[in-house]
Design a protein. Sequence first.
Length: 281
Amino acid sequence: MTSDDSTVLRVAGRPVGRYVTRPELPGRLSPRPFLHPVTTLSGVSVTELSPADHLHHLGVGVAVPDVEGYNFWGGRTFVRDQGPTELDNHGAQRHMGFQLRDPDGFVEELRWVAAGTELLRERRTVAAGPLTDTAWALDFTFALTNPATAPLTIGSPATNGRPGAAYGGFFWRARKEASAPDVFTADTEGEQAVHGRRADWLALAGPSWTLVFAGATDATRRDPWFVRTAEYPGVGSSLAHEERLPVPPGETVVRRIVTVVADGRLDRGEAAALIRKAVAQ
């Protein structure tokens, strides 16, 4: 089932995600397309939309807090030597159309606009595919192009002076439950151990679900993971970890994240096997 403003992803006929293209949101939340709800094959929701702790967290999507000083993440902006500050600098990602739209995925064109100026153009490719009777994979690629004749850079609160806050890029706001989810990689576990580090894959496990994330290109695997479990459950891939990411005129930054969405709690071996299968598809 689709409409002008949303499309539903299906795996083997089952709905697993709703993609909203033109959300009606206040400018302070940096309006942008998002996936929510995303569910396991049994129907367990594994995303949240505008939760009370962070109203600007919008399911699954691409959010960047600093594109040439404009906020495409939502909420306050971290200002060096000042801290989180309310600024009138929010941008919006505008859905321009689908180049392809099928039950299991789509190719979308977007414009990133702030203060009446187009800063970036994006081609977003999203596909959903089966893995097992209890798991499926979301394949999410975004390509950001600088359409101008001048260079631009992408930053984060970390590059603006806030240690440990290199969020910006692909971001998944997971379901908040009574207890925090577990997080682990192939060789370590816990928020403190995995946050800000590179890993071939990373798993977030709740009481009845598991998400396994992996960068599916060399460039994506070089980006460290941004991880939160104690304050809220969320996982992102950091575009600007230690320094700003330049995007020269006419050039394109491409990142691809594959996520396993599974019912139940996977152990390390199960998570590794499923993400290998998902990335290889």
